[in-house]
Design a protein around this ligand. Structure first.
Ligand code: PEP
Length: 267
């Protein structure tokens, strides 16, 4: 069996917004009211044909969560600390995210790796923290431009994936979502072509299937890197691209709704 041959119908597509350090709590609430009304006609599809999650900045989690309650749109955190609690000034624990009703948490985003020095070891510890929780990890992996030019893309992505799979059990792997985000495509306006992205997604799928068997066939693999309404359909129609993790284009309710609908159309 080749990667992607296993029906992508077994995998509910996902559209995830990563707002990074944008939008206050009030702005997040205003976004939610517009976005929920734009998605009103499609609520029956949420959960079965499409999952949508939004990762606001920490201070907006509470109010955004309340504004999204009952809409079927889920809440995600952009990060968490690996320790349970304690003297970690400025950090946020898993229990705090659980208390706010987070469904997902991003781990290993390239901005955390590059700007905040997070290593594979730190990211694996965060994944371990999530093992006994219902908060589901969205593990971000991806190569820098230099690594791509050195033909190291697949090796880099594989080792980032292995660092987490080696440290965690099958329970976590069965819920984990992977996001392939080439670093050179994040926030730059440069997107991987659908074929380039599919090649890496297929390689990730092969690794997941060889390590996890049937579970790996069901793991959602999202693409991230300058996804916008004009390029979404071509990316999302690739067999191993199960949705997208979106930064810039998720900050506007109309554009994020267009992306959600593109995902529904290609599902
Ligand atoms: C991201 O932050 O994960 C991302 C993909 O950003 P952008 O869509 O702006 O490239």
């Amino acid at each position: 069996m080749t990667a992607g041959e296993h029906s992508s119908m077994d995998r509910v597509p996902m559209m995830v917004a990563n707002w990074k350090m944008n939008l206050t709590a009030s702005e997040s609430e205003a976004f939610a009211s517009q976005f929920v009304s734009l998605m009103q006609a499609h609520t029956e599809a949420l959960g079965t044909r499409l999952e949508i999650a939004i990762a606001p900045a920490y201070p907006a989690l509470d109010r955004l969560g309340r504004a999204l309650a009952g809409s079927g749109i889920m809440l995600a955190a952009q990060n968490l600390h690996a320790e349970e609690s304690g003297a970690f000034t400025g950090e946020v624990s898993l229990a705090m995210l659980e208390d706010l009703g987070c469904d997902f948490a991003l781990i290993g985003h390239s901005e955390r790796r590059q700007l905040f020095g997070e290593t594979d070891t730190v990211i694996a510890a965060k994944a371990q923290r999530l093992e006994a929780s219902s908060v589901c990890p969205i593990l971000c992996v991806g190569e820098t431009l230099e690594e791509r030019e050195q033909d190291a893309t697949l090796a880099v992505v594989d080792s980032q994936l292995a660092a987490v799979l080696d440290a965690t059990g099958d329970g976590l792997a069965s819920r984990m979502v992977v996001a392939y985000e080439p670093v050179w495509a994040i926030g730059t306006g440069r997107t991987a072509t659908p074929e380039m992205a599919q090649t890496v997604h297929a390689a990730i799928r092969r690794t997941l299937v060889s390590r996890l068997g049937a579970v790996g066939k069901r793991t959602r693999i999202l693409y991230g890197g300058s996804v916008k309404p004009s390029n979404a359909s071509a990316l999302l129609s690739q067999p191993d691209i199960d949705g997208a993790l979106v930064g810039g284009a998720s900050l506007d309710p109309d554009s994020f709704a267009k992306l959600a609908l593109a995902s529904l159309e290609t599902s």
